[in-house]
Structures are given as structure tokens and as C-alpha cells.
Design a binder for this molecule. Structure first.
Ligand code: MN3
Length: 205
């Protein structure tokens, strides 16, 4: 069964003005589709990857050919990304997640600042992550390219709870070179109820 690009849970224009419609169309229909097509192509030529879930594939990241690693990461990361955004005016972190964020970072604002710094300082393309670690803590990291904390050779390993795409294709049409402005504005469209759900699932294994 080949992997597929999931449908967006909202319209292409639903995240405006934070993310413009053209960016969403290109990002979802072209970039994500290309990751999926190349991943499916790699799997068709690699018997050991056939029948595996995307998480099982990423768990053996260090032994993958670059085409499978990069496009497998691209598929997982973007499928995750669409779900953790929602039209502006959404919820705040739930009680349990709020407590965990305050315990780890002092406050929600302090967490956002650390996350934005990780995203701004990621040289070139990559992602910023809020991660539930195997020890049950929350931490922030960034990864290059389409890597993520599920990869067994990631510097910071764990289950992503929240992540932002800092590739130029994610923000350049509206924000040009101003990645920090994109990072700051992006919090307007975070779907905190989905993030809280991710955190609960991570805590329950
Ligand atoms: Mn992207």
C-alpha cells in the first residue's frame, strides 16, 4: 500500500494571514506530494522497506538510503505539521500540557521564545520541535533537512508534540527572508487541542 498525502483538515486559505493561500497550495500539493512520490519510489525498489509503517521506516533511519530517509522524514513531518495547525483563535494548552510546559520552561512564553530561537538558529533548512523525551520531560531541539526526533540517530530523541517547518518554502512568499517574523506569527495558528492530544499520547507510550 503506497503512502499518500493526507487531505488538509481546513481550506488552503484558512490559515491566512499567518500563512498565505499560495504557500499552502504549493507546500501541501507540490512539496509534500513530491516527498510521498519519491518515498513510494524508493520503497518500490527496496524490499526491506515494503509493508512497514512510516514510523518503522524512520526508526531505522541511519541504515536508509538518503532518498528514503529524506522523503520518509518529509512525509512524516508534513503529515504531522498540517494537523497541529488550525485557523486562528483556537485554544490554549490544556491543563496537563500547560503544567508540563511551565515545569520545563517556566512559562508558555519562555517555551515559545526558546522554540523560536531553535528555529531561527537552524542553519539552512530544517525543523524546530517540542519533544516528549523517553524520560517523560519536554525539551526543544531543531533538526536539519527532513530529519526528526523519531529517527534513531537524532541528537535529541523522543516523540514530537509540536513542530514548525523552517524551510524557506514554508514562509518565503509572505515573510521573504524574515524567518523570525514567521516563527513569531506562527503561534497564532497552533492547534493546541491537537498538541495536547499529542502530549497525552506520548505520555501514555
Ligand atoms: Mn515543508
Amino acid at each position: 500500500m503506497a503512502f499518500e498525502v493526507p487531505q488538509l483538515p481546513y481550506g488552503y486559505d484558512a490559515l491566512q494571514p499567518t500563512i498565505d493561500e499560495q504557500t499552502m497550495k504549493l507546500h501541501h500539493d507540490k512539496h509534500h506530494q513530491a516527498y510521498v512520490d519519491k518515498l513510494n519510489g524508493a520503497i518500490a525498489e527496496t524490499a526491506s522497506l515494503q509493508g512497514k509503517t512510516i514510523e518503522e521506516i524512520l526508526a531505522q533511519a541511519s541504515s536508509l538510503a538518503p532518498v528514503a530517509r529524506n522523503n520518509g522524514g518529509g512525509h512524516w513531518n508534513h503529515s504531522f505539521f498540517w494537523e497541529i495547525m488550525a485557523p486562528a483563535g483556537g485554544s490554549d494548552p490544556s491543563g496537563e500540557l500547560k503544567s508540563a510546559i511551565e515545569g520545563a520552561f517556566g512559562s508558555l512564553d519562555a517555551m515559545k521564545e526558546q522554540f523560536n530561537t531553535a528555529g531561527a538558529n537552524q542553519f539552512g533548512s530544517g525543523w524546530a520541535w517540542l519533544v516528549a523525551t523517553p524520560a517523560g520531560d519536554l525539551t526543544i531541539c531543531s533538526t536539519p533537512n527532513q530529519d526528526n526526533p523519531l529517527m534513531e540517530d537524532a541528537k535529541v530523541k523522543g516523540i514530537p508534540v509540536l513542530g514548525n517547518d523552517v524551510w524557506e518554502h514554508a514562509y518565503y512568499i509572505t515573510y521573504n527572508n524574515r524567518r523570525p517574523d514567521y516563527l513569531k506569527a506562527w503561534w497564532n495558528i497552533v492547534n493546541w487541542s491537537k498538541v495536547s492530544e499529542n502530549f497525552s499520547k506520548a505520555q501514555n507510550g
